[in-house]
Write a protein that binds this ligand. Structure first.
Ligand SMILES: [Cu+2]
Length: 150
């Protein structure tokens, strides 16, 4: 009986750990200002993430918005003071560029786009998977204590 109980709890624990993590929705705001993207640092996501870019043109000239390897090539992007958004699904692990394709702008208006399995920052609050694992571990400890009383 005890072995059966432990086996059932063990199977439950394995099932909980194997629950697939669904795609994460990520949103990034990029602002074009003085022929620069702000922020200009690398953008890192995980494969399969649904990534939305909200792009504002705060400049006095038009810019374009290109995401290399994703077929996103909006030329001209938008005029001054206009915003648009684009959503892509992150592909395989790799690094590409997000840039403005207007002649002479790319060197100053490039943001690195990184798809990495280690790139998603840890959640600030435990997700449902972690809560389930905690419940299973609690049940396992309780079952072992209960079985030792006999
Ligand atoms: Cu530009």
């Amino acid at each position: 009986m005890r072995a059966l109980l432990l086996l059932a709890i063990g199977l439950l624990a394995v099932t909980a750990v194997a629950v697939p993590v669904s795609a994460t929705n990520r949103t990034f705001v990029l602002s074009a200002s003085n022929t620069r993207w702000l922020p200009s640092g690398p953008i890192t996501v995980a494969p399969g993430d649904n990534v939305t870019f909200i792009v504002y043109n705060n400049d006095s000239i038009a810019h374009s918005f290109i995401i290399e390897d994703y077929g996103i090539d909006i030329v001209p992007w938008v005029g001054p003071g206009v915003s648009r958004s684009v959503t892509i699904t992150a592909g395989a692990v790799g690094t590409g560029d997000i840039y403005c394709g207007i002649t002479g702008h790319r060197s100053a208006m490039t943001v690195e786009f990184i798809v990495s399995t280690g790139g998603t920052p840890p959640a600030k609050t435990p997700g449902p998977e972690m809560i389930l694992v905690a419940i299973v571990l609690f049940a396992l400890v309780a079952a072992i204590r209960f079985s030792r009383r006999k």
